[in-house]
Design a protein around this ligand. Structure first.
Ligand SMILES: Nc1ncnc2c1ncn2[C@@H]1O[C@H](COP(=O)(O)OP(=O)(O)OP(=O)(O)O)[C@@H](O)[C@H]1O
Length: 359
């Protein structure tokens, strides 16, 4: 599928703006602050009904205005699809597909498969484990609708169990039976989520490794691995064995809400020991792996948004990325860059049609 036309009304720095896009490569070029990332974010809105960068919806309305409208015309298997995302201050976000309003925005997810690569992805390396779990959950849930509900139900149970532990501590009381009810449910859900994460990583890790190898052009010893307390023992045992600890801490210290993805180079955390270019390559490989994984799950090729990805990468790595996206298994691509000449010289090496859009 590809986006043919985009129209923006009062979206961030754009008052009214129309864009026509190439079915393959689109380069958005211009100086800092002209709105290149904003255009990518508006396309992200059409896929996920929200911003990738700013979760406060009112802040996506152009300053001084009351509403925004983003309208995209897609071509999907020779049929046209019109997706409109709009928001008015004080109201609810409205997402429409071919004139029909969605009851729930989540029902739209998957209609426009899309992967974004942006400088803010570095949070995946630098921030806490919740960011990495969210990434993993996002990719798994693309192909498994029940998975996200399991994760939400599990999180609710953990909150309830934590509240009970706090209640016990505050009231100097304890009731093993009521805690046991939570433990049983957490064990059932947590085990199911754990098994799905393990199975996912078995498929995902080699795809990631292959992408990294192409981007780095060699055999840098990077490793991505899943780490869970459930690797050591079943969750029911962990909850039982850590009961005294949990009572002191007044929260649930064991479970899949503590899972993490280890990102290493030469056996050491890439966060501390990877160069900026290596970290960036790692993140691009992660996102390209997400793209490949998603492609196998959805009908039609996902759209790829590449926000400012060439910065900090040497010529070789840029060439390798270009050769990767030049292969048939990538669909429509949007690239933002401040250097019009660099971008054009780069995309010219791709033997595909392209549009250069100056902002
Ligand atoms: N709600 C808003 N109303 C008006 N302008 C906004 C709003 N939100 C963001 N902007 C403006 O959008 C601009 C930033 O746009 P964007 O991040 O897309 O720039 P860019 O072209 O990607 O820049 P860079 O090359 O620095 O990454 C800023 O000038 C900012 O003030």
């Amino acid at each position: 599928m590809h986006l043919k036309r985009l129209s923006l009304l009062n979206y961030k720095n754009f008052e009214t703006r129309e864009f026509e896009f190439d079915a393959k490569i689109n380069c958005l070029v211009g100086s800092n602050g002209v709105g290149k990332t904003n255009v990518l974010d508006s396309i992200y809105h059409l896929a996920f009904g929200k911003s990738y960068f700013n979760p406060v919806t009112t802040q996506n309305i152009r300053h001084g205005e009351e509403f925004f409208v983003i309208e995209g015309l897609f071509e999907k298997k020779d049929r046209e699809e019109r997706i409109v995302c709009s928001f008015k201050k004080g109201g609810k976000k409205v997402l429409k597909r071919n004139g029909k309003v969605y009851d729930r925005i989540s029902d739209h997810i998957g209609q426009v498969p899309l992967v974004i690569v942006s400088p803010s992805d570095r949070d995946l390396i630098l921030e806490g484990s919740d960011v990495r779990r969210k990434f993993m959950d996002g990719v798994i849930s693309q192909s498994d609708k029940g998975y996200l509900q399991d994760v939400l139900d599990y999180q609710k149970l953990v909150s309830q169990r934590n509240a009970l532990l706090k209640f016990f501590a505050a009231n100097r009381t304890f009731d093993a039976d009521s805690l046991e009810v939570y433990n049983d449910q957490l064990h059932a859900l947590g085990t199911r989520i754990y098994e799905k994460r393990v199975a996912f990583m078995v498929d995902f890790t080699p795809i990631f490794a292959a992408q990294y190898k192409v981007i780095s052009g060699g055999d840098e010893p990077v490793q991505l691995s899943y780490q869970s307390q459930l690797d050591a023992a079943p969750l029911s045992d962990l909850l039982r064995d850590n009961l005294e600890k949990d009572r002191v801490l007044q929260y649930t210290s064991q479970g899949i809400h503590k899972d993490d993805l280890n990102m290493e180079i030469g056996g050491h955390p890439i966060k501390k020991f990877g160069s900026q270019g290596q970290q960036k390559s790692f993140l691009i490989a992660l996102k390209f792996a997400q793209f490949q994984f998603m492609k196998a799950q959805v009908s039609g090729m996902p759209v790829l948004l590449l926000d400012d990805i060439f910065d900090k990468l040497d010529e070789d790595r840029v060439s390798h990325i270009i050769s990767l996206v030049n292969q048939d298994h990538f669909g429509q691509i949007f690239i933002s860059d401040t250097h019009a000449e660099r971008t054009e010289a780069t995309v010219k090496r791709i033997h595909q049609t392209y549009a250069l859009i100056a902002l």
